[in-house]
Ligand binder design. Structure first.
Ligand code: SF4
Length: 219
């Protein structure tokens, strides 16, 4: 099965979905957005990654920034912060370039690693798009973290690829129904840029005790 272009979801939504299904639905189904220092800071960092010229050559390495990618099979589209194309006999031909090149996506993130697969999911989805577009295999990519400035290689395992497929299947089903799921508030809500929008609505049906508890957890 292939998705139509009008049904494509944003690749960046995978990290929201992994953080909280409700947050993803508020942003991507209800089009709610709240700026916070986290989202603003993240945006500035992405702008830096996207600022430089769109292509750069360093010897046998070609660096492409802000490359649009999509997958008909997964029903997603977005842009890769950086794709490095390394000259390699195992690679693929590129328009206007001599030789073969192996793609290696790099995603920029503010802050330090989160300790879950949310960032890796986004990177893996970008790689799966590139594989479909360029008819190649991409065994690994990298996440670049702003604090501390560090690059971490990520193996794009079958487990990670399956998690991408499972999340996207659920996201497409929710999107089609236009349904924003209710979830249990957690400590993570205090770091959520949508808490002011979400919690009053989420807790309206709950008890006063639950509401007070959630507010205290925010502090
Ligand atoms: S406030 Fe909590 S429940 Fe609501 S969207 Fe944010 S993380 Fe999810």
């Amino acid at each position: 099965m292939e998705y139509k272009e009008e049904d494509y979801l944003q690749i960046s939504g995978l990290q929201h979905f992994k953080f909280c299904r409700r947050q993803w639905a508020l942003i991507h189904i209800e089009n709610q957005w709240a700026e916070s220092w986290r989202t603003t800071d993240g945006k500035i960092m992405h702008e830096k990654a996207h600022d430089a010229s769109s292509k750069e050559r360093r010897g046998d390495l070609l660096v492409t920034r802000d490359m649009p990618v999509f997958s008909r099979v997964l029903g997603i589209s977005g842009a890769c912060d950086v794709v490095e194309f390394r000259r390699s006999e195992a690679g693929v031909p590129l328009h206007g370039q001599e030789g073969l090149y192996q793609p290696f996506p790099v995603e920029y993130k503010r802050g330090s690693p989160r300790g879950d697969t949310s960032n890796a999911l986004q990177l893996c989805a970008q790689a799966m798009c590139l594989e479909e577009m360029l008819c190649c295999g991409i065994p690994e990519g990298a996440l670049y973290y702003g604090e501390p400035r560090r690059r971490e290689t990520v193996k794009l395992t079958q487990e990670l690829r399956q998690e991408v497929r499972d999340c996207l299947a659920e996201m497409h089903a929710l999107y089609e129904r236009g349904y924003t799921p209710r979830v249990k508030p957690t400590k993570a809500c205090s770091a959520c840029s949508l808490k002011e929008l979400c919690l009053p609505r989420l807790l309206r049906g709950g008890s006063a005790r639950d509401y007070v508890k959630a507010r205290l957890e925010e502090l």
